[in-house]
Every structure is written in C-alpha cells, then in structure tokens.
Design a protein. Structure first.
Length: 366
C-alpha cells in the first residue's frame, strides 16, 4: 500500500544548483498549467523521506519558468503555496515544457525530455493503481474487523499491491540502464523481500549504477540483511508516552512481540489499528504483545490517536517522523510496517497486516 508522506518547507539544495541562468548546460523549465493561481510555485525534492524546497518562482496566468542546473538527473516535484505537491517528474539539464491541468495531474505532460517520456508512462499506471487502492481502503474501513466483506476487500487490495511490484519489475527489466530504475525500486521497497530485492538490484547496469539512488539501494540491502527474517532483533531505546525510556530488549522474551511502525497522520495505519486492537485483545493473555513506534512529530496528535483508536499497549516515539531512529534501524520506508519477534529474539515475519497477521497469530496460538 502506498503511504502518506510528510512535508517540510525549507531551502535545502542537494542535487540542484538553482538560479544559474547563464549555464548553457543547465535546465530551462517552462510551464503552462491551467487552473494554477497566480503566486509562487516551488521545485521540491525529497531527502530521507522529507520534502525540501529547492527553488521557487512566480506564476502569472498559469505560466512560469525555472532555470538552473543539476549534478545528475533525479526526481523533482512541483508544489504550490499551500504545500500541495501535484506533479512529479525527473529533472535533467534540458529545455523542457510542462503543460496540462493542475487538477488533473495524471494528464500533465512534458516535452523535451526522453527520460520523462519513459517515467510518465510508469506514473500513469501507478496513479491508476493508487486510485483503486484508496477506493478499496475507504470501503475497507467501513466494515467490522472480522466481517466477510473485509476479508474479500483484503484480497482485492492484495491484488492491487501486487500491481505495484509488477509495475516496478516490468520497468526495471525493460530499462536496466535507466537512472529511473533504482529510484522506482526504492519507492516501492515495502513489497520486496531481501532476496527479491537483491535479484532486481543485480539487473541494474550502466547509468542505473552511477547515481545516488543506486548507492542508496546498496545501503538499504546491506541494512536489510541485519534485520531479515531469521536474524536476531536489533535493540533500540526510546521514550514512551510518560517520558520514560523503554528498550526493545525489555519487551522481548515474554512472548511474541509485534513492533508496529505507524503514525497518527497515516490513513492506512489508522485503518489497520482496529485489526491490531482485536488481535491484541484476543492473544495478549497468551503472551502476545505490541510495541508501537510512532513516526509522528506532534506529541499531541500522537497521544490523541492512541486514545481515539484504543491502543492500550506500550508506545514509544522520538517525535522525528522519518528520522525516527528505530525506523532507520529497521529500514522502514513506508508505514504501516511491522516486525514480529519470537520469544527467543528472532525476527519471524515482517509487514504482516490485515488477514496475514491474523493467520500468522492463529498458527502460533492454535
């Protein structure tokens, strides 16, 4: 499932050297977007799951121009003044024209960039899957935890989620030298086992190996080896809701423990919470426990969600969103995400949600 993202507005140049108007080898992006209000428009990039403003310009009658240069091609977003990102593309040192309708982002097009011709085909298919998934989850949230309707919806959701993975697989195998390929693998990391990820990584070659996304993918694979199924858990320490320090090792050894990564602002996490409550109530007396790790940055929102969703187990957070230390240790790139740890401290499963988690616990406590 695709996850909601956080947004931080600040100047933070990483890949782009903006305002380089005399650089003949730089980029010039001219835009004509219908339904775009006059004001400011921003180029934004994502670094460690946080969005940063790289450069800005003004919009007049839907028209705008960005000029600058990039060290290497990479993903970029157009955003308006209310912080809404409405279009993602790959920026490169070319003369490009972006045109379309702000309110119909799937139909926005780019001229002058073969890289984006390739990417926008993938993006259209991705947005179609995302729309289907959101409709299914909206319906899913309306049914009781153990209802037959909910189980049928889970099957439909699972098919959509296979589509995300199939979409990336197809793109990578057809474009093993494209810089886009490692970026797409990272964007859908949630759906891959370590073995599948290593296999896909081995396909990459040429330009796909000479960029920061490929290097990031290398780091992710090495980190995943430390917390893969069958490995011993990695300890961490974090404050609970009362300000007391809690170690993961304090919770391990008393029964099966689910380390649940979530956030109050994550729609899909909140949809999953009733299932966790049901399973916790059913199996807690038999030793099952949950340790909630929140990727919130607002203490008030975190505590409010815990109370509203009736999450009665232990909760910890360092209130740093995607910079959460436990999330980094466990290579969490999307939420909800979880790790199931056995009484002897071994990771026995990862990312079990809905009926998958129910089935696993039924096997354990049969």
């Amino acid at each position: 499932m695709n996850r909601l993202k956080c947004l931080l507005f600040m100047l933070f140049p990483v890949l782009i050297c903006s305002c380089n108007q005399n650089n003949e080898e730089g980029y010039v992006i001219k835009g004509k977007i219908d339904n775009m209000p006059d004001g400011h428009i921003y180029l934004m990039e994502r670094v460690n799951k946080v969005y940063y403003v790289n450069s800005e310009t003004t919009v007049v009658n839907g028209e705008f121009t960005f000029e600058g240069s990039v060290v290497e091609p990479g993903p970029m977003f157009l955003a308006v003044e209310d912080s809404t990102r409405f279009f993602q593309f790959f920026i490169e040192n070319k003369k490009m024209t972006i045109y379309g309708n702000k309110d119909v982002p799937q139909d926005i097009k780019i001229k002058g960039s073969k890289l984006n011709d390739l990417y926008l085909g993938y993006r259209r298919d991705l947005m179609s899957l995302e729309a289907k998934e959101r409709v299914l989850y909206d319906e899913y949230s309306k049914h009781d935890v153990e209802s037959e309707e909910k189980q049928l919806l889970e099957e439909k959701i699972a098919e959509v989620e296979k589509g995300y993975k199939n979409l990336v697989d197809s793109f990578v195998y057809e474009n093993p030298e494209s810089i886009i390929s490692p970026n797409l693998i990272l964007s859908q990391l949630y759906y891959y086992t370590l073995e599948e990820l290593e296999a896909l990584y081995s396909v990459l070659k040429g330009d796909a190996q000479n960029n920061e996304y490929y290097r990031d993918l290398q780091t992710v694979i090495e980190s995943m080896k430390n917390i893969s199924v069958g490995s011993k858990y990695v300890d961490f320490e974090m404050e609970d809701v009362n300000g007391n320090m809690v170690k993961l090792s304090d919770k391990v050894g008393k029964g099966y423990l689910l380390v649940d990564f979530w956030a109050s602002w994550c729609f899909y996490c909140r949809v999953e919470n009733p299932n966790l409550v049901n399973l916790y109530n059913r199996y807690h007396d038999q030793g099952f426990d949950i340790l909630g790790v929140s990727l919130d940055d607002s203490r008030a929102s975190w505590l409010e969600a815990i109370e509203k969703d009736s999450l009665t187990w232990t909760h910890v957070s360092d209130l740093s969103r995607w910079s959460n230390e436990a999330a980094k240790l466990y290579v969490v790139r999307a939420i909800p995400s979880n790790v199931l740890i056995s009484p002897d401290g071994i990771v026995v499963a990862k990312n079990l949600v809905g009926n998958k988690l129910t089935t696993k616990l039924e096997e354990i406590y049969k």
